[in-house]
Design a protein around this ligand. Sequence first.
Ligand code: C2E
Ligand code: MG
Ligand code: MG
Ligand code: MG
Length: 288
Amino acid sequence: QAKRGGRGSVQVFHKSMDAAVHGQLHLETRLRHALDSGGLHLHYQPQVDAGTGDLLGFEALVRWTDARLGLVAPARFVPLAEEAGLIGQLGAWVLDEACRQAAAWDLRVPIAVNVSALEVAQEDFTQRVHDTLRRHGLDGGQLKLEITERLTVQDLQRVARQLAQVQALGVQLSLDDFGTGQSSVSTLLQLPLNELKLDRSLITGVAESPIEQRVVGALIGLGRSLNLTVIVEGVETPGQLQALRELGCGAVQGYLVGRPGPASMWTPQLGGPLPLELPERGGAEGGE
Ligand code: C2E
Ligand code: MG
Ligand code: MG
Ligand code: MG
């Protein structure tokens, strides 16, 4: 009797598996199409000095709007690209486009590009970064790479070697999503880095939670003791910004400062007076 029931559930399981696998394959086909036909674009989000609002950089974030599927989130298609062996092609496109834009803007601050450790592990990564910088006439210092370790990379030492070569070009290296399972203290110990980027999940309650304040304060101290700049992502409220300033946070990024948008949205502001406007120190939230 167990067998009969079992077979029934196996069939149901297979059907939903089929649907899931079919969905993934379909998505993969569409992604390949987008990669081959110029279907991706980039949005940019400012990174600013937490105290003054001075622009410190722009993070490039990939966007994909498929004609049939609509907007697909990077959280969905970047991991798919990694699994389907498309991350090299995706990453090469993002790097080239971000560098093209940085050159067009003639920024004095770096453009930050997300790379997965899997991509960095590829044989030609260092060469690709070097060639892309040269193609667009950029110095290494005009580029920052934000590294995430979504999949476990077998050979983190190799990643570290490649990153050291890229760093030697003057490129800044940031460990993204620090404080989540994807980005740990052991990664911090093994990679050459210039910046620590605290994940937004760490600061959601930082305005009111004493324990979050202590944890974030300790992580800022950790970064400082390692001579790393510390940037906090996902800052949405004046209360969070105020708390982060009091904890000695140097740099922030988030909807409060500016939402990611196409380059055309930022170009007019770059011609005008910087810094971008930040809420007053202590402003509506009281404080100091
Ligand atoms: P990430 O690098 O940690 O990027 C930050 C994410 O938080 C972005 O989501 C951004 O749009 C979002 N964000 C920024 N400010 C706020 C805020 O104040 N509140 C909230 N709730 N969210 C905020 P997005 O663009 O959906 O990207 C998700 C992830 O996908 C990125 O996380 C990154 O890991 C990956 N990704 C994005 N673009 C690329 C890319 O070009 N290459 C690679 N390899 N990965 C990418
Ligand atoms: Mg990032
Ligand atoms: Mg991040
Ligand atoms: Mg994140």
